[in-house]
Design a protein around this ligand. Structure first.
Ligand code: ZN
Length: 179
């Protein structure tokens, strides 16, 4: 609470840009998305779509597509550059899924998320989904199962890999190539 002024900078090692968006704009967007969803639950869907697109872009700029799920998760957490404040912890891990618990959001946001009776981190769920799908080349679904917005102690994201769909699309042309 008394560390105001630090949150904007976060770690010195943090990426300058994420998916082509300046890191500080990215953080502002994340914060705005939470506030929008707190104000009106209908923002959840567009926020999730936006997060998903950004997640895909971040995975692409990191050359992804061949990472294992756990590697992709570690990459994502460090890419966001908030390891020092944002604590992520796996409550459960299996080859085709995980339950990721995140604490410290309030510190990062610099704003206390009110209990509004709904999950408010749709942007982040979309971000994880887009990044993990692109980075692993599989269809990954992410659902927020606990949230500060629901009055829970932390936010929890259930990550599921749809292994049935993992086989097709090995190397489908991705449109905007990078050569
Ligand atoms: Zn949440």
């Amino acid at each position: 609470m008394s560390t105001r002024g630090r949150e904007a900078v976060c770690c010195g090692s943090a990426a300058q840009s994420l998916g082509g968006i300046a890191a500080q704009d990215f953080a502002a967007l994340d914060q705005a998305a939470v506030k929008l969803i707190c104000a009106d639950g209908r923002f959840s869907v567009p926020a999730q779509q936006m997060g998903r697109l950004l997640g895909e872009r971040i995975a692409m700029e990191r050359g992804g597509k061949s990472l294992r799920l756990d590697e992709a998760l570690s990459t994502l957490v460090s890419a966001c550059g908030c390891e020092c404040v944002l604590h992520s912890h796996f409550l459960q891990r299996t080859p085709d899924g995980a339950l990721l618990q995140i604490t410290g959001c309030t510190t990062v946001l610099g704003w206390e998320i009110p209990a509004v009776n709904r999950a408010v981190c749709g942007f982040d769920a979309g971000l994880f989904e887009g990044f993990l799908s692109s980075a692993t080349g599989k269809s990954v679904g992410v659902e927020e199962t606990a949230c500060l917005g629901l009055g829970d102690f932390s936010c929890e994201f259930k990550i599921t890999v749809d292994s049935a769909q993992a086989v097709n699309g090995e190397r489908e042309g991705v449109g905007d190539g990078n050569c």
